[in-house]
Design a protein around this ligand. Sequence first.
Ligand SMILES: C[S@@+](CC[C@H](N)C(=O)[O-])C[C@H]1O[C@@H](n2cnc3c(N)ncnc32)[C@H](O)[C@@H]1O
Length: 259
Amino acid sequence: MTNAQPDRSSQSQFGRLAGAYGASKTHAQAGALASAASMLGDRRYGTAMDIGAGPGFTAFAVADHCDRIVATDVTPEMLEQARSLRGERGAPQTELMLTAAESLPCRDGSLDLITCRTAAHHFLNVDSWLAEVHRALAPGGELILIDTISPDDAQATSWMHDIEIWRDPSHVRNLTEAEWVDAIERAGLRVAETAISRVDLEYPDWTERAGMAKEEAVRLGRALKDAPPAAAGAFGIASRADGTIEFYWPILSVKAVKP
Ligand SMILES: C[S@@+](CC[C@H](N)C(=O)[O-])C[C@H]1O[C@@H](n2cnc3c(N)ncnc32)[C@H](O)[C@@H]1O
């Protein structure tokens, strides 16, 4: 199941919301950032590229481990956020590059590290993207991929997919853990480490950050509240007396190595 939206719908979605993402506590503080840094271990990297960098949070988190860090994104407004945040986030050396994930302007084997957090579910063709990652990485180079994933339950997955696309038309698909591992290995990378965590979300903050019209957001809130039991259980959906609704998406972190 995929979202058949036009190719660059991410640019319009994230272009108008870049400021909200730059200010988002969810994105700046999520535990998955710590997991990205911990997967790096003690290694020192030469050239690193963060893909779908948005306001730059992941690039900033790994910058100290690298001689050179390049934050890339397809949305110019997101890179402008990264430009204004990089100094205060302690990574003024972060370079910025406007490019699509599927076509990286770098030589074969020229990158020692590629990171990509909560962006891959917007990519139209994950296999083509992973082929590009494989091309760009040097032998021994590493991919650290962090993304929201679908649970194994088919009903919960289908519900999550509908909710995600409703909120954000640039959403394409959350793969399952097994689908990611399979796709990464088919691309010729070796999966070295995986970890499951979650990102805690709250309605209406979640719909506001996506710039949803008020009426649609209210309808989506109702759908969250009335979620089928399989989804309510899989995503820990809990309504509070003040009208807010807490839930979470599962997150997969993967470290993969190019042999
Ligand atoms: C939710 S933000 C991720 C933010 C960031 N990675 C972080 O760790 O906070 C998703 C980003 O992916 C970018 N994006 C979506 N599709 C893309 C593509 N095909 N190529 C490059 N960037 C893309 C969007 O422009 C957006 O900035």
